[in-house]
Each structure stands twice: as structure tokens, then as C-alpha cells.
Design a protein around this ligand. Structure first.
Ligand code: ADP
Ligand code: MG
Length: 700
């Protein structure tokens, strides 16, 4: 049986070498098995025909019956499109094609009755359907017999080469014919299938590709999603377990003079209980003889940097070097500044390594790392480049990093004869499902307490036209001796316009607060100018700082108790939350003021409302995900995972993911030596999946 599933797709009836090549390149479908695991993205009921007049943009795929009354080609060469007007007597819809324009134009006939399948959208105020599938209406009867028709996601190239959902469906049928009468070999052990009420694999595949009613689909989907999530979790948890068993870490046995001196003489405040607890957790890991792999979660301003620094001191006390890796150059620079000032007077060398450290200074840093004279290296991704070699790296701290998954972390291991301890820190509360995937192999510590004496920041929402009133409030705070940030958006796509906005704002603010000094900082300034502007603000030489989001991370000016966000509608929730973390760092009541125009979309109004309502980072993160939707997450966040998910969705299937994780953990616990025969199937399937995974990534 396995041999049939593994059969090269080109021998399947209806495929052949040319189609096989495209299937492989576009869909990574190489075998019959791959084909059967290429699932439809949705199913459409072909027995239902709607009227044009009832269409709305929020409808999924719809089927219409009518004729084309007008066709035209538009646009210039290279950007041509085809437009057609379609009617069924109850109204008109526009059809649009952006590719294969010539071929489609030739195939369409005015006046011929068509059956149309497509997804309605709104374009220029009216309903429009792009790239519909059209069939001669005389085929309607045979289409109706198809009942629920699966829709497969197909790339432009596939479409150009004649692949349609129907062609895919025919290939699926041929594949099922090929294996007819035999059962498809299971990829999960029978006891798991029974315990978790899953459909057998063959039945699930059949119901996904050829459902007889829509009721069959949920259970079939659940089976394939569960399987995917289960193997993902099994891999992550097994990896973490094997790592714990097989990899020795550097034991940091002693708490030495550096740590003690710092703690007793340099610490500018006492640690919160949460910070103390986390330092203990880190030390317990680092002295254990195992390798630490820990995620530290703590909201903006909770004091993660201090904890990281103390872990670095433990490393140095035990004869090792430490590095701190930040996602941006500015954040790296700010970390370096903070750490250097905290360590002032101690016999330690701390240096920066980022993309902009070049020439002689770069060589000196690289030398210092190699000869061990640099104790703490702060930098960006530049730190993990192969030419950076440490004399004896013992700890790596990764700050505020989201897409730094298992694979990337493993790269750090090569930086010493044994892997260094790893601490990943994040201020953005991570939704549970993400934590279970990207960080699924890590132990977790949480700083759940803010340093004392902080008053919660008051957040206010102002409309632009009330700026005079807003300025009065700002003036009052300035008179009390406080400092103020004005933050302007700066987005790469509209950079010059944004900079102009900021410059105009700057002039306006200078005029409005003529009796105060106003500084300015944005990403386009030279590093020395930026530094000078920040220094002047910190030294209270300027009372107002007009800036872009370069101050988003890291900056620490406790006397700055007011932040005004201009064009707040252009910021995302996560960013607004990060920015708010820059105020409320001192004992004074702080204010965070969002300025927007009056007309706002519902989403924006909701975003502003959430910011005004809560300072809880977890709530904000959840709302952020809800508003931005899963698409955003899929593209950007999955990249840190060991496997790509094809059917399951990291957001929508969180409950199933938790179940899969529990089951995987249970399997590993009950069968630690992987010798129970009832699980054989499971290790074999995991190996197969991992093997394919590597093949895929080396092809693409
Ligand atoms: P984050 O967790 O956002 O990285 P930081 O490490 O930047 O937070 O700390 C935020 C601010 O709080 C800094 O100014 C830091 O010096 C200060 N801080 C940290 N820990 C304490 C503490 N225990 N008591 C008082 N202030 C603290
Ligand atoms: Mg920080």
C-alpha cells in the first residue's frame, strides 16, 4: 500500500511529466500521497444558484446563471485587464481578469448562457467578481450532480496551465481509483484514533475531497488538523526533551564578586519580588549542568533588562562571556547605553556590534570577542553571523524578538563547544498558541509585577480640532517641571511626506511653546545627532522632544510624563502599547494622549477605545490579534516554527492545538524510550514528515 501512495505523481492518470513538474514546483506535490494531502480550501454547493440582485460582498463563493452583455480590454501592455458585464436579469455584476487576458477574451461569447462561480467583492462602489470560473449553462445539470464541489487554492501559474478546481478534483478521483478497494494506511495509532474520536485517515481524505453533504466536513477536517498539530507538538516536545537529556550546559556554579558587588553597591533600586524570583529561576537553570532555554515574559517597563544583566554577571563570574541581541540597531544602542551606565566603575568591557559598526572599530570588537577581553557584547542579528567567534560564550539573551524560533536559536549553539544558555525576553504578551509553537520548547518565567511607585498612565483621546485645549494641558505639565514627547508616525512608504509632517509639527510646537526648548529626533538623523538630542532631553536641557517612533523601545526618561501621539490612527495597538511604556516611569502621574481626526473607521475607534480602557498588555495583545485577523499572524509569525502548517490555523485552532499538545506530552511521558510497539507508527510518521520537510526547504 505504501508503495502506491509513494508513487510518483507523473504516473497518475491525467498527470504526465509536464503537469507533474508544475505540481511539484507550485504545490510541492510529488507523490500520490502529496496530492491526497492537498486539501480544498472550501466547498461550494453547486446545486444552489443565486440572483445577482441578492449578492453582497461578504458572501463566500456564489454561483450565478446568466449571460455576458459586454466585454472590453483595458490598461496598457503588461498591466492589461479584461472586464465583462454579466447579468441574469435581476441586476448586473462586473467580471474582471488580470491575467491570461487574451486567452479568456477569446473564449468568452456575448449572449451565451453561462454558469458562473466566483467570490463577490466590492470595487469602485459596485459588486465585482475577479477571475470567475465560467461554464456553459448547458452543463448545469452535470454540475448540479457534483453537489458540494471542493475548491482548491491554485497559483496563477497553475491556472495559466489549465489547472482548475475541477481538474484537481478529477486528479483526486483518479488517485482514489488507483487505490480503490484498499484502505489507506493509517498515520496515527489506532488507540489515539479511538481515544480522541478521530475519523480513520482514508475516510477523512475521501470526505474532504468528495463530501456528499456539508455535515461530513467538520469531522474530516478535525482529523487532518489534529494530525498536523499533534506531529508539530510531538516534534517540539520531543526535541525539548532530547535536548534536556543529551545536551550538557555550562554549569555556573558560583555567585561571584561581580554579581555581589553589583547587587550590593551598584543596583540603583531594590529588585521587585518578581525580579528576584526570576533571577533565582535563571540561576537554578544555569547552575544545573543542563542548558537553559527560557522565555522571560514581562510587560513593558517591568524591568527585564535588569534581570538579563544580572544573568550576564553570573556568566562572567563563572568565566564566560555574555551577549544580548536586540531586533533593531537603536534598541541595541540603547541597551548598551543602559548597561554601560549601570556597570559604571566595574571592571567590565561592554561593546556594541551591529551592521553599522564598521572598519577599524568592527575589527577591534571582533578581536575583543575572540580574545575574551569583551565581557558583554550587545548587538543585532550581526551577533550570530558565522565570523563572530567568542572565546567562551556562556549566555545569550535575545530581547523583544518574535520570529526567533527553534531553528534560529539552534544557530547560537555553534558559538561555543557546548551550547550557551539562552534567555528569550519579550514584552509583547504572546498569545498562547504562538507560545506553544514558536516558543513551545522553552521553559517560561514571568515578571508579573511592576516596580513600585508607578502610577498607571492616564490615556486620553483627543480630536485634532481640540488641540488648543490639549496644548493647555501640556503647558500645565511643563510648568510643573515635567517633560513631554510628541510622537509622529513615520512609515517607510510615505517617508518624505511623514518627515514633512514632523517638520511642520516641530515648527508649530516651537511656536506654541516658545518659552521652552524643543528637541527633535528621527531615524533619518545621523547617530551622533540622535544621541545628542536624546542626551539633551535626558539632561532636561530640552523640555519637549518631537520624534518618530525611534523612541518606541528602550528610552528611559522618568521625568517625561506626557506623551502625545499625533495621527494615532496610523499606529497599531502593539505599537501604541509599546510607546505608552515610555511614560509612567517616574513617580508622577503620567498622561498618554492619542490625537486623531474626528472621522474614524470602526476598527480605529475600537483601537483607541481599548487603549483608553486598559493598560493590560495581555488584553491588548488579544485585541490586536482579533483586529488584525489571522492573516497577519500566519505570514509573519509562523516562520519561527519547525513545521509549516497547511490545514490547521494557529489562531482559529487553538483549542485543538492544546489538545494535541496534551496528547503529545502524554505519549512522550508514557513511552519515554519510544519502544512501545503501539507507538511505532508514530515515530515512523514523524521521521517521514521531518524528512519531507528538509527536502522541501532545500528545494525552495
Ligand atoms: P522592560 O521590561 O520594558 O525592558 P526595563 O528593563 O527597561 O523594562 O525597565 C524599565 C524601567 O524600570 C527602567 O528605568 C529600569 O531602570 C526601571 N526598573 C527596573 N527594575 C526596577 C525596580 N526593581 N525598581 C525600580 N525601577 C526599576
Ligand atoms: Mg526592554
Amino acid at each position: 500500500m505504501a508503495s502506491i501512495l509513494e508513487q510518483d505523481i507523473k504516473y497518475l492518470k491525467g498527470v504526465g511529466p509536464a503537469r507533474a513538474k508544475i505540481l511539484g514546483e507550485e504545490l510541492k506535490v510529488y507523490t500520490v500521497r502529496d496530492l491526497l494531502f492537498y486539501f480544498p480550501i472550501k466547498h461550494i454547493d453547486r446545486s444552489e444558484i443565486l440572483s445577482v440582485r441578492d449578492l453582497s460582498e461578504d458572501m463566500p463563493y456564489v454561483q450565478l446563471k446568466g449571460q455576458i452583455v459586454d466585454i472590453s480590454e483595458e490598461g496598457t501592455k503588461g498591466r492589461r485587464r479584461l472586464r465583462a458585464v454579466f447579468t441574469d436579469g435581476t441586476g448586473y455584476v462586473e467580471l474582471v481578469w488580470f491575467s491570461a487576458v487574451k486567452r479568456i477574451h477569446e473564449s468568452l461569447k456575448i449572449g451565451t448562457p453561462y454558469l458562473l462561480l466566483g467570490k463577490p467583492g466590492v470595487f469602485g462602489g459596485h459588486i465585482s467578481i475577479s477571475h470567475p470560473e465560467l461554464d456553459k449553462a448547458e452543463n448545469a445539470e452535470s454540475l448540479r450532480k457534483l453537489g458540494l464541489q471542493p475548491v482548491y487554492s491554485l497559483s496563477e501559474r497553475l491556472k495559466k496551465n489549465g489547472f482548475t478546481s475541477r481538474v484537481m478534483n478529477t486528479l483526486m478521483r483518479n488517485a482514489f481509483d488507483l487505490i480503490a478497494g484498499r484502505t489507506i494506511e493509517e498515520t496515527l495509532p489506532p488507540y489515539l484514533i479511538a481515544q480522541h474520536h478521530l475519523l480513520p485517515l482514508g475516510e477523512a481524505l475521501r470526505k474532504l475531497h468528495f463530501p456528499t453533504s456539508s455535515d461530513e466536513i467538520p469531522a474530516a477536517l478535525r482529523r487532518v488538523k489534529f494530525e498536523e498539530l499533534f506531529y508539530l507538538q510531538l516534534d517540539i516536545l520531543r526535541y525539548a526533551k532530547n535536548r534536556r537529556l543529551s545536551i550538557k550546559g555550562f554549569p555556573f556554579k558560583k555567585v561571584g564578586t561581580l554579581f555581589n558587588d553589583f547587587y550590593n553597591e551598584h543596583l540603583p533600586f531594590s529588585l521587585t519580588r518578581a525580579q528576584q524570583r526570576v533571577v533565582r529561576e535563571l540561576w537554578t537553570d544555569m547552575k544545573s549542568g543542563g542548558q537553559m532555554n527560557r522565555l522571560l515574559q514581562g510587560d513593558v517597563g517591568s524591568g527585564k533588562t535588569m534581570v538579563a544583566l544580572m544573568a550576564c554577571l553570573l556568566a562572567i563570574d563563572n568565566g564566560f562571556q555574555a551577549c544580548i541581541m536586540a531586533p533593531t540597531e537603536i534598541l541595541a544602542e540603547q541597551h548598551l547605553a543602559t548597561i554601560t551606565s549601570l556597570l559604571k566603575g566595574m571592571p567590565l568591557r561592554t561593546e556594541l556590534l551591529t551592521g553599522i559598526v564598521k572598519g577599524k572599530s568592527r575589527r577591534e570588537v571582533l578581536e575583543g570577542i575572540a580574545d575574551g577581553s569583551i565581557h558583554i557584547l550587545v548587538g543585532t542579528h550581526a551577533l550570530i553571523e558565522p565570523n563572530v567567534s567568542f572565546l567562551n560564550l556562556g549566555l545569550c539573551v535575545i530581547d523583544e524578538q518574535h520570529r526567533f524560533g527553534v531553528k534560529q536559536r539552534a544557530k547560537l549553539w555553534q558559538k561555543n563547544t557546548q551550547p550557551p544558555h539562552i534567555l528569550v525576553m519579550t514584552a509583547t504578551p504572546i498569545p498562547r498558541t504562538l507560545a506553544m509553537t514558536v516558543y513551545g520548547d522553552l521553559d517560561v518565567s514571568v515578571i508579573d509585577e511592576m516596580p513600585p511607585g508607578r502610577k498607571p498612565v492616564k490615556t486620553l483621546h483627543y480630536y485634532e480640532e481640540n488641540i488648543v485645549k490639549l496644548f493647555e494641558g501640556v503647558r500645565y505639565q511643563l510648568r510643573l517641571g515635567r517633560q513631554v514627547y510628541f510622537v509622529f508616525p513615520l512609515i517607510a512608504e510615505s517617508e518624505s511626506l511623514d518627515l514633512q509632517n514632523l517638520e511642520e509639527g516641530y515648527v508649530h510646537i516651537c511656536n506654541a511653546f516658545a518659552d521652552y526648548s524643543v528637541g527633535k529626533v528621527h531615524g533619518r538623523m545621523r547617530p551622533s545627532e540622535k544621541e545628542e538630542a536624546m542626551r539633551a532631553f535626558l539632561a532636561k536641557e530640552t523640555q519637549i522632544l518631537v520624534s518618530t517612533t525611534v523612541i518606541e523601545v528602550g528610552v528611559n526618561v522618568p521625568n517625561a510624563s506626557v506623551m502625545v501621539i499625533e495621527n494615532a490612527e496610523r499606529f497599531g495597538l502593539a505599537q501604541l502599547h509599546q510607546l505608552r511604556g515610555r511614560v509612567g516611569r517616574g513617580a508622577d502621574q503620567s498622561y498618554y494622549i492619542l490625537v486623531t481626526k474626528r472621522e474614524l473607521s470602526n476598527d480605529t475607534r475600537r483601537r483607541m477605545g481599548i487603549m483608553v480602557e486598559t493598560t493590560d498588555g495581555f488584553r491588548i495583545a488579544e485585541e490586536d490579534m482579533r483586529l488584525r485577523g489571522p492573516g497577519d499572524l500566519e505570514g509573519t509569525q509562523q516562520s519561527g516554527m519547525p513545521f509549516d502548517l497547511h490545514v490547521a490555523n494557529i489562531l482559529r485552532d487553538s483549542t485543538l492545538m492544546e489538545e494535541a499538545r496534551r496528547v503529545a506530552a502524554d505519549v512522550l511521558e508514557k513511552d519515554p524510550l519510544e519502544e512501545n510497539p503501539k507507538n511505532t507508527i508514530l515515530w515512523r510518521e514523524l521521521r517521514r514528515l521531518k524528512k519531507n520537510q528538509t527536502n522541501f526547504s532545500s528545494i525552495s
